[in-house]
Design a protein around this ligand. Structure first.
Ligand code: 13P
Length: 231
């Protein structure tokens, strides 16, 4: 059965890649695959201006106030963003954002009309201890019911070049599906143009959240091409 995949480019703390705004840019919206880019806050405006479907990498649940250096979900929405990442493992690790805070972010995003992509996933130690499902279940159960997109990103696969195997991905996604049957489930973690086919074709994979490979237009084009063939 054809899929309708969502491919999200998380550029993290990097400039928008060369070619992001050219007429044939692979980051542009398409009819067969949903494509969303997540630039730094500094590049939001130019991505939105270039006609890309754009989201924020982070947003504060409060609409405004005394929070130096932060921006809010409401501000992202006002400037033309359509989506926001919540609970990325780099935020959980380096900024100590816990499940309760991520739940507040997701709810605030939903309230202002942004599509939150809630990120979950276990660390290497948690998987070695056989606790990956327990961790993922705990992260999931904290999320508001309205969340429609969940990204499973095992921490040990992020930026390591060591993607989870198709068996590991399908096993976890099928588990997540039983708990959140109506959410779209993205996989993230060293996904690239070479392994995209075997991962995106899995029954319970509805798309990908791509880091490193989304920074090279040619690699991202390859991923979008694979996704398009599956749709
Ligand atoms: P990599 O694709 O670089 O492993 O990053 C994944 C990620 O963290 C996307 O949010």
């Amino acid at each position: 059965m054809p899929k309708h995949l969502l491919i999200a480019a998380n550029w993290k703390m990097n400039p928008a890649p060369a070619g992001f705004d050219t007429p044939d840019s692979p980051y542009r919206p398409r009819t067969d695959v949903d494509v969303v880019v997540f630039p730094t806050f500094l590049d939001l405006e130019k991505c939105i201006g270039a006609g890309l479907v754009t989201g924020g990498q982070w947003g504060d649940p409060k609409p405004s106030g005394a929070a130096t250096g932060d921006i809010s979900m409401a501000m992202l929405k006002d400037m033309g963003c359509s989506s926001v990442l919540c609970g990325h493992s780099e935020r959980r690790k380096y900024h100590h954002e816990d499940n309760a805070f991520v739940a507040e972010q997701v709810q605030a995003a939903l309230d202002v009309g942004l599509m939150p992509i809630a990120c979950i996933g276990e660390t290497e130690e948690e998987r070695s201890a056989g606790k990956e499902k327990e961790i993922v279940q705990r992260q999931l159960s904290a999320l508001p019911d309205g969340v429609t997109v969940i990204a499973y990103e095992p921490v040990w696969a992020i930026g390591t070049g060591k993607n989870a195997t198709p068996e590991q991905v399908e096993n976890m996604h099928a588990f997540i599906r039983t708990l959140r049957p109506s959410a779209r489930l993205l996989y993230g973690g060293s996904l690239n143009e070479k392994n995209a086919q075997e991962l995106l074709a899995l029954r319970d994979v509805d798309g990908a959240l791509v880091g490193g490979a989304s920074l090279k237009a040619a690699s991202f084009r390859g991923i979008i091409g694979v996704a398009g063939d599956l749709c």
